[in-house]
Design a protein around this ligand. Structure first.
Ligand code: TYD
Length: 133
């Protein structure tokens, strides 16, 4: 699991975390989106051809499963100081959202449906064929 410990600037007023492109976040940030009012339905269930992302659960908790086509990992995210890097060609599934769960995602590119791989068998075929060539 590619987790990043984010540096928290804390004083008597509270805590602050700053995310800077190509420093804390290892790519140019071209898009930010967030997930909230989550239900029992899992989300994700896709991979990307080129997109890299950093996911942070800034409130509450959730589970994230990652699969690079060979190794599967999972982690509970319940701390705004922990980020999970999800590089291209990694299948992800988020679930077990607490009622107050809020997730922010920083992405290396604009939204492009053509970058999604939404079928797991396609994902496995793509990853395995890239490693053969
Ligand atoms: P999707 O990426 O499938 O959500 P998740 O991985 O959280 O389950 O996106 C859900 C819908 O929102 C889908 O119709 C695409 C759309 N969408 C955008 O229009 N822009 C975006 O930046 C994102 C992430 C999704």
């Amino acid at each position: 699991m590619n987790t990043i410990q984010l540096n928290s600037i804390t004083d008597s007023r509270g805590s602050l975390i700053s995310l800077e492109a190509n420093l804390t976040v290892p790519f140019d940030i071209k898009r930010v989106y967030y997930l909230f009012d989550l239900t029992n339905s899992p989300r994700g269930l896709h991979a990307h051809l080129e997109l890299n992302q950093l996911m942070i659960c800034i409130n509450g908790s959730c589970k994230i499963k990652l699969d690079d086509g060979y190794i599967k990992t999972e982690v509970i995210l319940n701390n705004p100081s922990n980020g999970v890097l999800i590089n291209k060609l990694v299948w992800r599934e988020m679930s077990d959202f607490s009622k107050d769960c809020k997730i922010i995602v920083l992405a290396s590119d604009l939204y492009k449906e053509s970058d999604y791989i939404r079928n797991y068998n396609d994902f496995i075929n793509i990853v395995h064929s890239k490693n053969r060539s």
